[in-house]
Each structure stands twice: as C-alpha cells, then as structure tokens.
Design a protein. Structure first.
Length: 428
C-alpha cells in the first residue's frame, strides 16, 4: 500500500507535539517500517497561537476537535486532549461513528467509557488503540494483547504512577517527610493540576482497570478498583519498612480469585531486593504473570514527551501496516462483567500505631487482633514520645476483611492515640 495514512491530531501538549516531531523528523523511517507514508492532515488544540517548538504551518487547523475527527482527509484520529468526558469523548465517538480509527492516550476516558467505545469501534469496523494510556513508553498493552495471547494471565501488578514513585523514593533517599517532597514534586511540575489524581492513586487506578480488562477478558470496571493513596505514608514508615527489608510502593495489583476479580491500588511493602523494590524515581514497572511464561517484568519511563509519543506511534504504525486488533484483545461482546472481590487474597500486613502510655494498652491491641483471627509475626515498640508509645506490628497472613474487623475494634479502644496505618506486604 502506497497511499498515506492521514492523521488528525487533537491535543498539542507535551505528547501531541512529541507525536508531530516524530512524524516530521522520522518520515522516511516511518514509511519504510509501515510500508506507506504517515502524514498529518490537520490539528486541533485549545490555543492556536501558542509557541509549541514545532512548525504546524503545513497543517490545517480545526478549532472543533469533532470537526477534525470527521474530516474526509483524516483516516486516523489521534486523541491527546485528556479528560474522561467533554470534547475528548465527543470527538472520539464522532471518529468511530465515521468509521475512522482512533489512537488515544486517554486513560480516564477509557476507564469510564471503555466498553461502550470498544463496542462502537467494532460496530463501525474501526480500530481503537491505547498503548500510550498505560505506563508511558512501556509496551504493556501490546504485550498482553499480542505477545502473551497464548497465556492465561494469573496476576498483573506494578508501579504505574511515576510521580508517586518519585515521592516515595525521594523520601527514602533524602530522609525527607512526605509534605516536603510533595511540594518539591509540585515545584518540578510532576503533579497533575489536581494532585489527588496522582497521590490519591486515581491515575494509576485508571491504568490498572484497563490492564485488568485485557488480562482477564472482562469489561472495564474502574469503580471496582480499591483505591488508597500515599498521603498517610510517613518517613517513619519508610524507615521501618527499610529495617524490615522492604520498600514502600504505590502498587497496583489485579488477579482473578475464586471470589471474583481483585483490583487494588494502594501503598504496599515489597521486598527491597525485588525488581519493584529497586525501582527508583519516576520510572514505571509492570509485572505480568501467566501460566506459560511464569513472570515477565517490563520497566521503562512512564511519562514524558518522548516515551508517550513513542507509544502513540507504535499504535499508529500498526494501523498503517493493516494490523487489526480488538480494543481489549477479544470482541467487545465477549467481555464479561467480573464479580468484584475486595482484597480476598490473604497477605501479611504492616501496622503502625501510637498507643496512650498506660498499662494494658498493648494487650488490648493484641486481643483485638486475636479476636479477628490474626496472629502477630513481629512486634516492636519504639521510644516513647509525647506520652504515647509508638508500636510496629507485622502480622501473619490474613484477609483484609479480618484486618478491617480488627482495625474497627481498635478504633473503639480507649488506648489509641491516633488511628493505625495498615499496609499490605505483597509477595513479588
């Protein structure tokens, strides 16, 4: 095929300009690899006159992304605007209804509307691809839909938000409190406009829900992802974890159990000698486990102009070559609605608490744990401070429901100076 694949690009932020640069600078390489030219017909963004460091004068401009998505000279609509609804969703729907292929980096839109968009794409013989929506430059979507298609996936887990990993590793290396590193990350421009998307685990939860859909052949269900951010992790937790042989990571885990599909995004302790434990800075890592390959570890940059634009172009070239794949690896009609399971898999837990410095306080805590069927593996009481006794407990394997029962009982005790912090210890 020698006719060009003509793109319409909506969204000219960091990723959008990165895509334009690749197409302009590597035109011959792309044509050689795709077997046809890849060109840009038109672009769209909120602001037309902004200096983006790339020449856009050769391309038509559309103020309305929906108009861009439905142009006759656009074969593939590249959606890089972001947002779960609004113009991004409207333009994506318009492109698919017109039978045009779509490549997007919009994890929020897919996490909330992925099933409907997948059905719309198939109904109009269009392809909807989203490699850039998950883990930046790491080809994890392609790995699941293609490379591991012969496997039954047993577990997906990983560090999928570089900002959180930066904060936690900076706390570790600098011995700095959370608030100070949070402000540092904000000054460096690492945080979203709404920081809760990062530190609250929402951004990473969107990504996990998309990987779960592919891995387990189910409909995307972001609402079923258990979310817990890193806001309560203190430098004391970082140090205690280190003493115990662990690192704290905002870890996403999805696995199918006898009770249903677990999807959780929460700070966890992982062995510090494991690949996840050694992950530093803003890097992402996804671990895929299948019945044939056992375990595969994918590591790389999780954001940024080059890595994310690279992922976009991987999808673009697949479409240019004529490769066709359903959105989540199987026909949309075959995607089932999984039964959510709230952290059913047992695991040890790390508990940090501060007790009033009074006789019998620790015995009451131990009784609350015992009544919930939880046994103590290790316990440490550190130096008293401000008439409180800091206590660190590592439990034997238990379920989250049993732990919640114990934590609820502890909350009713008259010896708790502050509510306990509970972090799962994940096996990797």
């Amino acid at each position: 095929m020698t006719t060009p694949l003509r793109l319409g690009i909506a969204g000219l932020g960091t990723v959008g300009t990165g895509v334009v640069k690749i197409i302009r600078q590597k035109a011959q390489l792309l044509e050689t690899r795709a077997g046809r030219p890849v060109t840009i017909s038109a672009v769209s963004a909120r602001t037309r006159d902004k200096d983006r460091g790339v020449n856009l004068s050769n391309y038509d401009w559309e103020d309305d992304p929906v108009a861009l998505a439905t142009r006759d000279d656009v074969d593939l609509f590249v959606e890089l605007m972001g947002g779960s609804d609004g113009p991004a969703k409207a333009a994506t729907e318009a492109a698919l209804k017109a039978g045009k292929h779509v490549v997007t980096a919009n994890k929020a839109m897919l996490a909330h509307h992925g099933q409907a968009l997948a059905e719309l794409a198939e109904a109009n013989s269009a392809v909807l691809r989203f490699e850039a929506a998950v883990a930046g430059g790491i080809p994890v979507v392609k790995s699941l839909t293609e490379g591991l298609a012969g496997n039954e996936i047993t577990r997906v887990m990983g560090v999928m938000n570089g900002t959180c990993n930066y904060i936690l590793t900076r706390m570790q290396s600098g011995g700095l409190p959370y608030d100070e590193v949070f402000e540092e990350a904000n000054a460096l421009g690492f945080l979203e406009a709404d920081p809760a998307l990062d530190v609250g685990g929402i951004d990473a939860g969107h990504k996990l829900s998309l990987l779960s859909a592919i891995a387990f052949g189910c409909q995307v269900d972001f609402d079923a992802v258990e979310l817990e951010g890193i806001e309560r992790v203190t430098i004391a937790d970082i140090r205690h974890a280190d003493d115990l042989g662990y690192r704290i990571k905002l870890l996403g885990v999805a696995q199918m159990t006898g009770r249903g599909l677990e999807q959780r995004m929460s700070p966890c302790l992982v062995p510090k000698k494991s690949p996840l434990g050694q992950l530093e800075g803003g890097t992402n890592m996804v671990v895929l486990e299948g019945d044939q390959v056992q375990q595969i570890v994918l590591r790389g940059p999780g954001a940024g102009e080059g890595p994310t634009a690279s992922a976009v172009m991987g999808d673009v070239l697949d479409i240019a070559r004529g490769f066709r794949c359903t959105t989540f690896g199987v026909p949309a009609a075959a995607l089932t609605r999984a039964t959510p399971a709230k952290t059913a898999t047992p695991a040890p837990y790390y508990l940090r608490m501060a007790l009033d410095d009074k006789p019998g306080a620790l015995a009451k805590v131990a009784t609350a744990l015992g009544n919930a069927g939880i046994s103590i593996d290790r316990m440490r009481q550190t130096k008293h401070k401000d008439n409180t006794a800091p206590v660190l407990i590592v439990t034997h394997r238990t379920t989250r429901s049993a732990l919640d029962e114990a934590l609820d009982a502890m909350g009713r005790l008259d010896v708790m100076a502050v509510q306990p912090v509970a972090l799962r210890i994940e096996s990797v």
